[in-house]
Design a protein around this ligand. Structure first.
Ligand code: 3PG
Length: 358
């Protein structure tokens, strides 16, 4: 894989940068700009070296065909003077301003990983930089096929994401892995993998309900992934820890209880390396105190020298609410990409960069 930071001369070079600007927008304004702020150093790096910068991204899931115009406006608030170009075919070769292309998912070719579309995009730049780790689990044209047509590099943040997440495969010990949220089927490979690497794997959120269900513990109407998972292989594993008490409402488990928070406090204090993805309770409906306490505990441990790696959309919302983004070793911009990278050690976007000989 080639890296942006290793390119010696960028003056006048047209650098086509794939970002993940899939940020929440309400009433025409960006409501959480974490992902935007994380790529500002890359833009500054390119500006300082007098590159010609063309930014591209998706926003939304493809169905709604949302616009990146509010993001272009937000860039201006951050003093990034950028021109929003609705039709990529109209990009001028000699534009000295930063260009932001419209949502790539308005074109069918993007999500189909269409080669002809990728080639057209590639023609806009002299080199391509993947600075969109968070979307690199997708086989999409601007992440994958494009690398066949243009010299391709990993961006500064991309490199950092991979480095920090990879470090959890060879962690310092004691290593504590905390996983919460829902969608058991997407997280079981991670639980399985990290039971081999970590000293403790704490499973919270709705994920714990699947374990309770398999063990015949009463869970009422609690959220649970409906499939049957063979969890016998985890029985008696001393590394696996579940909540010991819960908060119930309307016959459903919605959060962990105070005894569980105390146990977590002790585990976090002992740990030298902590990996956390997913809230402990139904955060978006206000069941958030234990999750907020956990974030503060991990921030405190980080202050005392522990390494802390966090990620996932809901986890980011927690940290944003506390204004604590800078209190951890590394906060990943990835949601699905982070989970897939942790489970498999690679992503389609990484493989595309590795294969790229262009
Ligand atoms: C994300 O928000 O995780 C990325 O932008 C990927 O978005 P997607 O799940 O719509 O592909």
């Amino acid at each position: 894989m080639k890296y942006l930071k290793d390119i010696k001369e960028l003056k006048g070079v047209r650098v086509l940068v794939r970002l993940d600007l899939n940020v929440p927008v309400r009433g025409g304004s960006v409501t959480d700009d974490f992902r935007i702020r994380k790529i500002l150093p890359t833009i500054k790096y390119l500006q300082d070296r007098q590159a010609k910068i063309i930014l591209m991204s998706h926003i939304g899931d493809g169905e709604a065909k949302a616009s990146l115009f509010p993001v272009a406006e937000h860039f201006k608030k951050l003093e990034i003077d950028c021109v929003y170009v609705q039709d990529y075919k109209k990009v001028l070769q000699n534009n000295d301003k930063i260009i932001l292309l419209e949502n790539l998912r308005v074109y069918d070719g993007e999500m189909q990983n269409d080669k002809a579309f990728a080639k057209e995009l590639a023609s806009l730049g002299d080199i391509y930089v993947n600075e969109a780790f968070a979307v690199s689990h997708r086989h999409h044209a601007s992440v994958s096929a494009i690398t066949e047509f243009i010299p391709s590099y990993a961006g500064l943040l991309f490199e950092e994401e991979v480095r920090h997440l990879k470090a959890t495969f060879k962690p310092e010990h004691p290593f504590l892995f905390i996983i919460g949220g829902a969608k058991f089927e997407t997280k079981i490979p991670l639980i399985e993998k990290f039971l081999k690497i970590a000293d403790k794997v704490f499973v919270g959120g709705a994920l714990a309900n699947n374990f309770y269900k398999e063990r015949g513990v009463e869970i009422g109407k609690s959220l649970v992934s409906p499939e049957h998972f063979d969890l016998d292989r985890f029985a008696g594993n001393p590394k696996l820890e579940l909540p010991v008490d819960e908060v119930w409402k309307n016959d459903a488990i919605l959060d962990v209880g105070p005894k569980t928070v105390s146990i977590l406090r002790e585990e976090v204090k002992k740990a030298k390396h902590i990996l956390w993805n997913g809230p402990l309770g139904l955060y978006e409906q206000g069941f958030k105190e234990p999750t907020l306490s956990l974030a503060k505990m991990i921030a405190e441990a980080t202050k005392h020298g522990a390494k802390s790696i966090l990620g996932g959309g809901d986890t980011l919302a927690v940290i944003a609410e506390l204004g604590m983004e800078d209190h951890f070793t590394f906060v990943s911009t990835g949601g699905g990409a982070m989970l897939e990278f942790l489970a498999t050690g690679t992503l389609p976007g990484i493989e595309a960069l590795e294969k790229s000989e262009a």
